[in-house]
Design a binder for this molecule. Structure first.
Ligand SMILES: Cc1cc2nc3c(=O)[nH]c(=O)nc-3n(C[C@H](O)[C@H](O)[C@H](O)COP(=O)(O)OP(=O)(O)OC[C@H]3O[C@@H](n4cnc5c(N)ncnc54)[C@H](O)[C@@H]3O)c2cc1C
Length: 368
């Protein structure tokens, strides 16, 4: 438990936020109180909350406007991706790069420089045109690839340590209708099939792999799930279907601490994939999943998400090693998703130094 001084909700308009943040910075300097910045608060680590510090809750700051000619969204850093998607849907536009869930804030996502399941794409950094930053002196700086270049690359993936991100200009893309495809493989064939079915296929827009994690056939099977663009006018984004979502969550959570649950989920998902093959969705619909789909409501345990970025040439060797390392550990593996992430040329602290496959692990761990 970390004791804090206070949580301050920022105002929702540009003029007011600048005045308020300057006052808070003066107050913190005079009283020697540290400030940390919070978006949707899904990240862990000391930088997200200083002992006896002030937490700035950026969430109310979510103004947005769109330039549909140049495909640029200007958005307050407290907005969630789901706010942006619902706004963009009206203009038939969509997010270029974001994580697999839409529950994260723009400021928090830039500060960790998240990656997503957009085909062969670098992390979020690649879709940022510019942002304004309030530094520790209360000055507002415009940061881009040509202006305050060094700060631009430090702030992206900088965990909020270089200032407060205020307004962000993001590249957006067309909302499209996409058709689901999937194939079941052995991990040995993954890279070859990925090249053939995904990288060489310009119609593919979204893609992820999922490894089998039950003790039975542990890491011996993988599914490659992808969505191809088709010529069909996209429908408006549908409201969340709570019933469907709670069934998906139930199937997912049933895997915690249960070999039976893990096998059942693998079979059910593969059964559903067969039914859903060729089904169409809009890009916005697919990007708009909420983290509640996998939420752990058990107070005696916690979920831990870890990501490892492996160059393509080490793919098979890495999986072989995992087979040795992971079994019989006192931690319960719930999921491994695989994404391809292209080289990041923008962030100073870049995790994708070349083309890599991102292995996203979710573990469940008992609390002491
Ligand atoms: C279930 C789950 C799934 C995930 N899936 C993915 C994934 O697919 N891909 C991926 O890359 N990551 C993934 N992540 C990690 C996720 O991208 C990060 O945790 C992200 O930071 C969450 O955004 P947030 O708004 O909750 O950030 P927060 O936790 O609120 O903040 C994160 C960091 O950003 C700083 N910050 C927040 N707002 C600002 C601001 N306005 N100015 C300056 N600094 C700021 C904070 O101080 C903190 O250091 C996942 C996490 C979870 C829990």
């Amino acid at each position: 438990m970390t004791k804090i001084d206070s949580i301050i909700n920022v105002p929702n308009s540009k003029n007011k936020i600048i005045i308020q943040l300057k006052k808070i910075l003066d107050y913190s300097k005079t009283n020697k109180i540290s400030i940390s910045i919070a978006g949707a608060r899904h990240s862990m680590g000391g930088h997200t909350m200083y002992p006896n510090g002030i937490i700035l809750n950026m969430r109310p700051y979510k103004e947005m406007t769109i330039d549909t000619i140049n495909n640029i969204l200007t958005i307050g850093s407290g907005a969630l991706w789901e706010d942006a998607i619902n706004y963009l849907d009206k203009f038939h536009k969509s997010i270029a790069v974001m994580q697999a869930f839409s529950s994260f804030s723009i400021g928090g996502s830039i500060s960790v420089n998240g990656h997503g399941w957009q085909k062969d794409s670098p992390p979020i950094s690649s879709s940022i045109i510019s942002f304004t930053l309030m530094n520790y002196k209360g000055e507002i700086l415009n940061c881009s690839r040509t202006e305050n270049k060094e700060l631009f690359s430090l702030v992206i993936g900088g965990y909020g340590l270089f200032g407060i991100i205020l307004d962000v200009k993001l590249e957006v893309v067309d909302n499209e209708t996409l058709q689901f495809k999937y194939i079941r493989l052995t991990p040995e064939n993954y890279v070859e099939y990925y090249q053939k079915l995904i990288s060489d296929n310009p119609k593919v827009k979204l893609v992820f792999g999922r490894l089998r994690i039950s003790n039975k056939h542990f890491l011996e099977e993988v599914t490659l799930n992808y969505f191809e663009k088709i010529k069909k006018k996209p429908k408006k984004i549908p409201p969340h279907n709570k019933k469907n979502e709670s069934s998906k969550r139930l199937v997912f959570r049933s895997t915690a601490n249960s070999e039976y649950g893990k096998r059942l989920r693998w079979d059910l998902e593969n059964g559903m994939n067969k039914i859903l093959i060729n089904e169409t969705f809009t890009r916005n619909n697919l990007l708009n999943d909420n983290v509640s789909l996998i939420e752990n409501k058990d107070k005696t345990s916690t979920d831990i998400l870890q990501e490892y970025f492996i160059p393509e040439r080490h793919f098979k060797q890495y999986i072989d090693k995992l087979k040795d390392v992971l079994p019989n550990k006192h931690i319960d593996l719930l999921n491994i998703t695989i994404r391809s992430v292209y080289k990041d040329n923008d962030s100073y602290l870049n995790f994708a130094k070349e083309k890599v496959f991102g292995f996203v692990f979710l573990f469940n761990q008992k609390k002491k």
